[in-house]
Design a protein around this ligand. Structure first.
Ligand code: GLN
Length: 539
């Protein structure tokens, strides 16, 4: 019998609803329950694969190749489980399947209506997760903020779900309590208004998680209790934290776990949060030495703002491995565009313990990244290339070591004379038909590691599986010249003979992958390649 906890947001966006959802799921998991999570995104896009990372943040990819919201990454990292396509719901997906069913006469000729047919489809998708994973809990995050038009149908689904399972559904509202600097008082009014907006959708919150810069005091809790018809014990403080991984521990301290168990009349199971506590202690240990990692990218400049969301999984992977190696990560952004404008910028790379060139699309910024890679290769700075990072490392090597001066990718120059990086045959077809949605090489693919390489030592095994998201590949017709000049091909996909990992010898650490290892790094099981990178950078 699965229980369902819905999480909606009030007051404003970006208050950490995703981390709150993941943390609720985590405290239940630590209490011995099996848990899965679902993210509902109100946008019409069928998935997150076609959106610009500056606007939407990173596109996360699951093993089954679903391109989804970055919150699924949070759920996977907190719960240490792999999710699948069912955990990602968008307005686009929901309408697409309802319309398909209608076209297939699956509604037996009746009129198909927005309500109840759309919410019913949402409910059946959530139930599918419960059935597939046979879990005790599904925690469902509803994207957006209460009061907007966009997520009304999802709130309607949540309301209808409560009707269907009155004893197995709880609602959580995550709000924000601002403190006006000049007055110095934490205000509850926006929370009260949000709670009423939720009431308008026929939903009464069981819990209100009050996000704020500091913990809520008893006066604030009582006020929210009175105006939002909720027990003060169910008003949970969610103050700012240095690391999101502290949140489950804070929620437990606030009594959230006990209150959920009580409300659902469940029996307590054996609790074990010790591994998580150890992790948080390691994160907070002030004695760790700093390690400085630079990311040479382009998806963080937006009207003067620096957006870290575009590379969130990479940031987390660096942190996981740094903590595991008893280091305190200092991560900085290096704009590839700036390197292109002024080559003096390159010398700054020397001040880093390690450099990462992450994934990306399009030609903009690539020459700056190639220069950065050359600098790391020549100056023996530990380097990790990810996806586009691998492609550019191959181009750099071809140009500057193999002497193929015009080496490039057909992504940057479709008529390239020396396409070191090129589209796979099936990709050519897809691009020709302008079918861009969910058509990249996506999700988990096998990779066989070659013995004696840095990678095989890191993974301690021969056969691995990693997640992909790209269209272009190393062009195998250049393999011989590249390897004859010293490039090591450390991993290959056995089914299609695709180059998956390259390395360099005589370098403290120079590894690049065609896949995205960052997508599988978790705080309790950091990724082996990031571990080796951080170890090399620590030296
Ligand atoms: N643009 C490159 C490709 O499509 C790399 C993609 C990526 O870095 N994820 O192959």
């Amino acid at each position: 019998m699965t229980h369902y906890i819905f999480v909606a947001g009030g007051v404003m966006s970006s208050v950490g609803k995703g981390a709150a959802t993941a943390s609720i799921a985590k405290i239940l998991q630590n209490r011995g329950f099996t848990v899965s999570a679902v993210k509902i995104d109100p946008y019409i896009n069928v998935d997150a694969g076609t959106m610009n990372p500056i606007e939407h943040g990173e596109t996360f990819v699951t093993d089954d190749g679903t391109e989804c919201d970055q919150d699924l990454g949070n759920y996977e990292r907190f719960l240490n489980i792999s999710l699948s396509t069912e955990s990602s719901i968008t307005t686009g997906r929901v309408y697409q399947s309802v319309i398909e069913k209608e076209r297939n006469l699956e509604f037996n000729g009746r009129c198909v209506e927005v309500v109840p047919d759309i919410p019913n489809e949402v409910i059946s998708r959530i139930e599918k997760v419960a059935k597939k994973d046979k879990v005790d809990f599904v925690v469902i995050e509803i994207g957006g903020t209460v009061g907007e038009y966009q997520n009304l149908l999802f709130l309607e689904a949540a309301r209808m779900m409560k009707l269907r399972y009155p004893k197995r559904v709880l609602f959580t509202l995550v709000t924000y309590l601002p403190t006006i600097k000049t007055i110095g008082e934490m205000k509850t009014k926006p929370t009260q208004t949000s709670s009423r907006l939720l009431n308008e959708s026929g939903i009464q919150a069981d819990f209100i998680l009050g996000r704020a810069s500091v913990p809520l005091d008893q006066t604030r809790k009582r006020k929210i209790s009175t105006f939002c018809s909720i027990d003060p014990k169910d008003v949970i403080s969610a103050p700012d934290v240095d690391s999101i991984y502290e949140i489950p521990i804070n929620f437990e301290k606030e009594g959230l776990g006990d209150r959920i168990i009580k409300k659902l009349k469940l029996r307590n199971k054996k609790r074990d949060g010790s591994e998580w506590e150890k992790l948080v202690n390691r994160i907070k240990d002030p004695k760790k030495k700093d390690i400085k990692i630079g990311i040479v990218g382009k998806y963080f400049e937006s009207d003067g703002f620096s957006l870290t969301d575009s590379y969130i999984s990479i940031l987390e992977a660096i942190k996981h491995s740094s903590w595991a190696n008893n280091r305190n990560p200092i991560i900085e952004w290096i704009s590839s565009g700036k390197i292109e404008e002024d080559s003096k910028e390159l010398a700054k790379l020397k001040s880093y313990d390690g450099i990462i060139v992450p994934g990306g699309f399009g030609v903009r910024g690539t020459e700056g990244k190639i220069k950065a890679i050359e600098y790391c290769r020549k100056n023996k700075i530990p380097f990790l290339g990810l996806c586009l990072g691998l492609q550019l490392a191959v181009i750099e090597f071809a140009r500057n070591v193999c002497g193929i001066k015009d080496a490039t990718s057909t992504e940057f120059d479709p008529k390239a004379k020396n396409p070191l990086i090129d589209l796979m045959e099936e990709q050519k077809e897809v691009m020709h038909k302008h079918k861009y949605g969910a058509t990249m090489r996506l999700g988990a693919w096998n990779c066989k590691l070659n013995k004696g390489t840095i990678s095989s030592k890191a993974y301690k095994t021969e056969n691995i599986s990693e997640r992909h998201r790209h269209r272009y590949e190393v062009n195998n017709s250049y393999k011989d010249i590249l390897t004859s000049k010293g490039l090591v091909i450390a991993g290959v996909n056995p089914e299609k003979e695709l180059v998956e990992i390259i390395e360099l010898k005589d370098h403290p650490f120079f590894v690049a992958t065609q896949f995205h290892p960052e997508l599988k790094s978790r705080p309790l099981s950091p990724h082996p390649l990031f571990n080796e990178f951080i170890k090399a950078a620590s030296k």
